[in-house]
Design a protein around this ligand. Structure first.
Ligand code: HEM
Ligand SMILES: *[C@@H]1O[C@H](CO)[C@@H](O)[C@H](O)[C@H]1NC(C)=O
Length: 324
């Protein structure tokens, strides 16, 4: 009786365990199926950075916009087609760029290992390597093995990605839902140490009256960058996030917001809110500490709710779900 029970149970347990570990994301997922996968992504990210430095900036933002919307599943990359509404075409994704270069990374992977490396893993690995190109930390323990979604979640973008003027508590709860604490959220916003903000996301702080939490001289500069109170919503005018080290993922962001030189309302509020301010001060004082916290939170972000096993697919073209 007992031995019959063990006979039944042991294979069951074994199956469950091996099934689970085969499906879960893990480090070096491609070690056998595509041993050079992570190296290839790094080579491509490096080459692209030398052609267009701001590709690296885009890879960092991509990780947030992909992973925060439901899961790290490359749903962000889908084009509008066959009834699919594209996440990257929503207003929250305004300003996102360089998507076409994802195809270059994918092509390099397909050449060496066809149908093997997911677009979701490209989003994660390129974000890791992009951060390094910008002088940021290297996320050593990044896992792979994410599958690509077969659908887009455009309707969920607004509830998953905060708006430029949301409250600190709304922002913190977005991150908490992904297992990222206050310190991690403050560190991730440090991504706004690189890149740019378009005038549509700024003008309400300049017109009709200047936001009193904005440094007056800085506001004058921003008015020159954004001369119209009613910018074309698809317009090209913008200001860089950090005027001193615009292409370095460093703690200058925190120094700037302490000087009331944050571009977005969410950036500036990190200073006025008593829950976030202590972390802003710590990160402004210590770049190494910022990098450690950024890497930690970036890793958690990259593991949000991945699709594994047969929950998704390996897209052949990151812009479209595979044809049946
Ligand atoms: C509260 C959360 C956040 C809000 C409300 C927010 C909002 C924005 C907005 C409005 C822009 C400017 C878009 C434009 O006008 O072109 C932007 C840019 C950017 N965001 Fe965020 N963001 C948030 C969090 C994050 C996180 C967590 C990351 C990555 C870890 C990130 C990375 C970036 C980057 C790199 C850019 C510059 C993009 C470029 O220049 O191409 N953001 N964000
Ligand atoms: C936030 O900005 C949007 C425009 O991007 C605007 O419609 C909305 O009223 C603003 N919300 C607050 C609370 O100021």
């Amino acid at each position: 009786m007992a031995s019959a029970f063990i006979f039944l149970l042991v294979p069951l347990l074994f199956q469950f365990h091996s099934g689970e570990s085969a499906a879960a994301i893990r480090r070096n997922y491609y070690s056998e199926s595509c041993p050079r996968a992570e190296e290839i992504v790094k080579e491509q990210v490096t080459a692209l950075y030398h052609e267009h430095g701001n590709t690296a900036v885009s890879w960092i933002r991509n990780l947030f916009h992909d992973c925060a919307v439901k899961s790290c599943d490359a749903s962000l990359l889908l084009e509008a087609a066959n009834g699919i509404k594209s996440e990257k075409a929503t207003s929250r994704s305004f300003g996102m760029r360089n998507f076409k270069y994802i195809e270059k990374i994918k092509a390099a992977l397909e050449k060496e290992c066809p149908n093997t490396v997911s677009c979701a893993d490209i989003v994660a690995l390129s974000a890791r390597d992009g951060a390094v190109m910008l002088g940021g930390p290297y996320v050593v323990a990044m896992k792979t093995g994410r599958k690509d979604s077969k659908q887009s979640y455009a309707a969920q973008v607004d509830s998953s990605i905060p708006n430029h003027n949301d409250t600190v508590s709304a922002v913190l709860s977005t991150f908490q839902a992904m297992g990222i604490d206050t310190q991690g959220a403050v560190a991730l916003l440090g991504a706004h140490s690189v890149g740019r903000v378009h005038c549509v996301n700024l003008v309400h702080r300049l017109y009709p009256a200047v936001d009193p939490t904005l440094d007056p001289a800085y506001a004058e500069y921003l008015k020159k960058r954004c001369p119209s109170p009613h910018p074309d919503p698809n317009g090209v005018f913008y200001s860089r996030n950090d005027l001193e080290t615009p292409m370095v993922l460093d703690n200058n962001y925190y120094k700037n917001i302490l000087k009331h030189k944050g571009l977005l309302v969410v950036d500036q509020q990190l200073v006025s809110d008593p829950e976030t301010r202590p972390f802003v001060e710590k990160m402004a004082a210590d770049n190494g500490y910022f990098h450690d916290q950024f890497a930690k939170a970036f890793l958690i972000l990259s593991e949000n709710n991945p699709l594994t096993g047969d929950q998704g697919e390996i897209r052949k073209d990151c812009r479209f779900v595979n044809k049946k």
